[in-house]
Design a protein around this ligand. Structure first.
Ligand SMILES: [Zn+2]
Length: 201
């Protein structure tokens, strides 16, 4: 058995940090050491922020986003364009679109994508509520901002079918050349998609 270099409390901190995405045991140890060294200005405030977040975080009953209020800040913002709903797979995707700051629309978070192989069906996703939102009226366009994966595209098609009778316009993100991308580095699927969705200059 490996010799323990620290007490169980510190070992536990390292073990928990190692479960964060992108942190292996080595970087978790480094992060723990950093937190311990900066316990007044970092470890304490971080522990407080985590406790408050744990107590206050709720899922928005309208869109599925997480926030400290229900409805979330986006759903309760009157300046947002309520006639456009951007459908995303995860909250991380919502954050990415918000960071890009392109469209002041509302969102709908599915909580994943349909995946027959992994046993994820329509009832496992936040789809029924989306249909309900559109059925209430006032929505002109649903943008399916899902991943360009087989599961993402399956999900987009399924939702389009579910919304077909409601007369709302369904669109999806374009597939193709990334900004700053070089042809030589693209895979065949991306190249083919880029060619199919070519536009006039
Ligand atoms: Zn919301």
């Amino acid at each position: 058995m490996a010799e323990r270099i620290a007490g169980p409390e510190i070992e536990r901190l390292i073990q928990l940090l190692a479960r964060l995405p992108g942190l292996g045991p080595r970087s978790a140890r480094r992060a723990a050491l950093h937190l311990i060294r900066k316990r007044e200005e970092l470890l304490g405030p971080l522990a407080d922020a985590m406790r408050v977040a744990k107590e206050k975080i709720v899922t928005c009953s309208i869109c599925g986003n997480i926030d400290t209020s229900d409805p979330c800040a986006i759903c309760s913002d009157p300046r947002r364009d309520g006639s456009t709903i951007m459908v995303v797979e995860t909250i991380g995707d919502l954050w990415a679109l918000e960071r890009a700051n392109i469209l002041s629309a509302r969102y709908h978070v599915l909580g994943g994508a349909l995946s027959p192989l992994d046993g994820v069906g329509p009832d496992d996703l936040n789809i029924a509520k989306l249909v309900g939102r559109v059925a209430e009226g006032g929505v002109r366009e649903v943008i399916l901002a899902v991943n360009a994966t087989v599961d993402g595209q399956t999900t987009a098609h399924y939702i389009t079918e579910m919304l077909a009778h409601l007369g709302v316009k369904c669109t999806r993100l374009a597939h193709g050349m990334p900004v700053g991308g070089e042809l030589d580095y693209l895979d065949e699927g991306t190249l083919a998609a880029a060619l199919r969705s070519r536009t006039d200059l």
